[in-house]
Design a protein around this ligand. Structure first.
Ligand code: IPE
Ligand code: IPE
Ligand code: MG
Length: 244
């Protein structure tokens, strides 16, 4: 009886889902709208996906909001994106905090507008003790930049004599990444039909399952998320070992 009941339970969701939220521009273009309208709707999708992850019991969600290469877009679009971020940070923080969400931001702080840096630091401080979903927002994030900075910090420790070269292990290296303290993503989802990582969590995704969907990010719903999770559950994760 008990065994049958257990079998019917849905499998546990992946502990860490990371999403490359792509396709806002195409969504807007398809409707004859300005790109910023796509980014606005995309922000609503992000909101919905946070709620869905909480409902499904996902422990960690990382969303790619702005890459280190996105500075190469026209200044007006960069301004629009920063503007939306400002609005959402202010608007969502109370609700996220009351839901027990712990916010963190990964990526380089340097190039971000000072008021946004202040806002994200305040959000991290305020939600630091929360015990619910960990929501990592990748902002001015690029994996290669992250890895180079980790290598530089380690080189400095070795040069200073506080770390021996043989102590530079995978675990030691990962301590210098922005994702320190987070498990590696189990599932990486990219929307909009593109099948590439675009400099996202390269180290951390070494054994992640990749799921690509043609859905444009503003059209992404809890349903799309559940389909991606179902696809994840159909995969056989071997981590280089073999079964049987
Ligand atoms: C994703 O949508 C949002 C960001 C990269 C900031 P895009 O703006 O890349 O949308 P497409 O790829 O042009 O459709
Ligand atoms: C990746 O999307 C970055 C984010 C989703 C924030 P892009 O639209 O910038 O990626 P490319 O240029 O198509 O590789
Ligand atoms: Mg894109």
């Amino acid at each position: 009886m008990e065994a049958a009941a257990t079998r019917e339970l849905a499998p546990a969701p992946p502990a860490h889902i990371a999403i490359i939220m792509d396709g806002n521009g195409r969504w807007a273009r398809n409707r004859g709208l300005p790109r910023v309208a796509g980014h606005e709707r995309g922000a609503e999708s992000a909101r919905a996906v946070v709620r869905a992850c909480r409902e499904l019991g996902v422990a960690y969600l990382t969303i790619y909001a702005f890459s280190s290469e996105n500075w190469n877009r026209p200044q007006t679009e960069v301004n629009d994106l920063m503007g939306l971020l400002r609005i959402y940070l202010k608007r969502e923080i109370n609700e996220l905090d009351s839901q027990g969400v712990r916010l963190r931001f990964i990526g380089a702080r340097e190039r971000l507008p000072p008021d946004i840096i202040a806002e994200i630091e305040a959000a991290e401080r305020r939600t630091r003790a929360n015990q619910g979903l960990v929501l990592a927002v990748a902002l001015n994030y690029g994996s290669r930049d992250e890895i180079v900075h980790a290598a530089r910090a380690i080189a400095a420790d070795v040069a200073a004599g506080t770390l021996r070269p043989d102590q530079v292990t995978e675990d030691e290296f990962a301590k210098h990444l922005h994702t320190v303290g987070m498990p590696n993503p189990d599932l990486v989802i990219r929307t909009s039909g593109e099948q590439r990582l675009s400099n996202f969590l390269l180290w951390q995704s070494a054994y992640a399952e990749l799921v690509f969907t043609d859905v444009l990010w503003p059209d992404f719903t809890k349903d799309t998320l559940q389909q991606a999770i179902a696809e994840y559950h159909r995969r056989d994760r071997r981590f280089g070992a073999r079964r049987g």
